[in-house]
Ligand binder design. Structure first.
Ligand code: ADP
Length: 483
């Protein structure tokens, strides 16, 4: 890999301010999903090694929590600036281990840095309250304090920004963190740790360990010194982590699966709706938890939307993310590809028609053709399960009530999208959708300033915005008498 700064490619864990290997010498291999080549290896930390890291993070917490928000902000800003300065190298590392095109990787890294910039500022405004006391001679004071050591478990689809989104908020309010990145994408995480080191965080404040998700996850959730688990990943694993965290009653933030509806009403600007559908469906080859998974189009505009949308999907250039002009990379692994193949076959078996794509890509490996399915029925698996791939299923509807029921007919509730220019409908539909995020006439709702998160089985807690700070704070009521 041609990097300007080779020291950003680390094959060790970052623990208590140092780079270390596992005591056993065991390691995990990391591959490039576009070529299947092995890129390198990272240590396989055990449960006991994880325990030691947590103890160090807990020691560091005793000092870090007493620094001022301003002192923390100075280091955080430096960290964010270093990420921006090294965006070219970080993007290459990400593309090689994750597959997304370099331009998209750069976008993610700059977004990742924007969380750091935001929280470096916002944590200066962690205000308390003085509540008027109805009792004579007494006062009610409320302060907010950092929760303690945070265990962060992050996914492979956003290897940079899921770490910064969690840790910028956590570190800014005075928590320390132990991060376990996805085993498919550890190098983006370790590079960010190298930059955190250069930014000057004291030892033990920020740690990244790699290894078996089960072993590390078990220790992070069961260890009483960890006071908070912040997880982004599947609903299935989120439920396991919540159960494991129950034994020590930890605070948890869960950013889990989604099954986003994308609704096109008959009064929509169809060109805008097509642009939004392209952005929300095909970003990261359909591998985001807010990707639209069910596209509902009003019967009056269905044929026109299908034609315009299909024409755009046909233009998508698929390939190795390092190659010029590629906008869609491979799927992360074989099991993701198998799920996509299964969903498309099942949709066709239950009545859908293939408008575009519909098969594995001629490039082979983990590549799948960007696909549009029309006339999908509610019998198809794709109607109820998250596909996590470049497949857009289209459904026809005839009235508002019908489409609201269809959109809400899922245990998930992360993101939803709709296109309409009727102000009355916009309000009614926005209020009726059971989702944490409702994006109207906008295919890209995520930025640092918004509260990102879901309802129902899509999870709890919010990341980004002033609300994201609450996930790493505890409220203390101070009762003062004798006044
Ligand atoms: P995905 O389907 O996106 O891979 P997962 O929920 O399987 O989502 O993985 C998200 C993150 O959770 C990854 O870092 C993965 O290693 C981790 N993980 C998976 N299983 C467990 C587990 N049993 N305990 C803790 N972490 C886990």
């Amino acid at each position: 890999m041609e990097l300007n700064n080779k020291s950003l490619f680390k094959e060790k864990c970052y623990v208590n301010g140092s780079w270390v290997e596992s005591q056993s010498g065991d390691f995990l291999e990391v591959n490039n999903p576009a070529t299947q080549e092995i890129i390198g290896k990272v240590p396989k930390f055990t449960k006991d090694e994880t325990k030691k890291v947590i103890e160090n993070a807990n020691d560091a917490f005793q000092t870090w929590k007493n620094t001022t928000a301003k002192e923390r902000s100075v280091i955080l800003k430096k960290w964010g600036d270093l990420i921006v300065e090294n965006v070219e190298d970080l993007a290459k590392i990400m593309t090689i281990e994750q597959g997304k095109p370099v331009a998209e990787a750069k976008g993610e890294i700059l977004m990742g840095a924007s969380y750091i910039e935001f929280y470096a500022e916002e944590a200066k405004r962690v205000y308390g309250d003085i509540i008027p006391d109805p009792r004579p001679g007494k006062r009610i004071v409320v302060i907010k304090q950092p929760v303690g050591v945070v265990g962060a478990i992050t996914p492979w689809n956003f290897p940079n920004s899921m770490i910064t989104r969690k840790c910028a908020a956590a570190l800014a309010v005075g928590c320390t963190a132990v991060v376990k990145p996805a085993s498919q994408t550890p190098y983006s995480a370790l590079a960010v740790a190298e930059l955190a080191h250069r930014a000057g965080f004291p030892k033990g404040v920020f740690n990244i360990i790699t290894g078996s998700a089960k072993d590390i996850g078990l220790e992070l959730t069961k260890n009483p010194m960890v006071r908070k688990i912040s997880f982004t990943g599947s609903t299935e694993v989120g439920k396991i982590l919540m159960e494991q965290s129950a034994s020590t009653v930890k605070k948890v933030s869960m950013e889990l699966g989604g099954h986003a509806p994308f609704i096109v009403f008959d009064d929509a600007d169809l060109n805008e709706a097509v642009t939004g559908a392209m952005q929300s469906k095909f970003r990261n080859s359909g591998q985001t938890c807010i990707c639209s998974n069910r596209i509902f189009v009003h019967e009056k505009v269905y044929d026109e939307f299908l034609e315009k949308f299909s024409a755009e999907v046909k233009k998508i250039k698929v390939g190795n993310g390092l190659d010029e002009g590629v906008v869609s990379g491979p799927l992360i692994d074989k099991s993701s590809l198998d799920k996509v193949i299964d969903h498309v076959q099942d949709a066709v078996n239950t009545g859908a028609k293939i408008a575009v794509g519909g098969d594995v890509h001629s490039l082979g490996g983990n590549f799948y053709q960007p696909t549009v399915l029309s006339h999908v029925t509610t019998k198809a698996k794709i109607t109820f399960e998250e596909t996590f791939g470049p497949v857009a299923p289209l459904y026809k509807f005839s009235n508002d009530e019908e489409v609201i029921n269809l959109a809400n007919d899922t245990p998930y509730g992360l993101a939803s999208y709709f296109y309409s220019r009727d102000i009355s409908r916009v309000w009614k539909i926005a209020e009726a959708l059971e989702y944490g995020i409702v994006s109207i006439n906008n295919g890209l709702p995520t930025i640092a300033e918004i509260p990102f998160g879901g309802v129902k089985e899509s999870g709890m807690g919010r990341e980004g915005s002033k609300y994201g700070l609450d996930d790493y704070l505890v409220i203390k009521y101070i009762s003062m008498g004798g006044i």
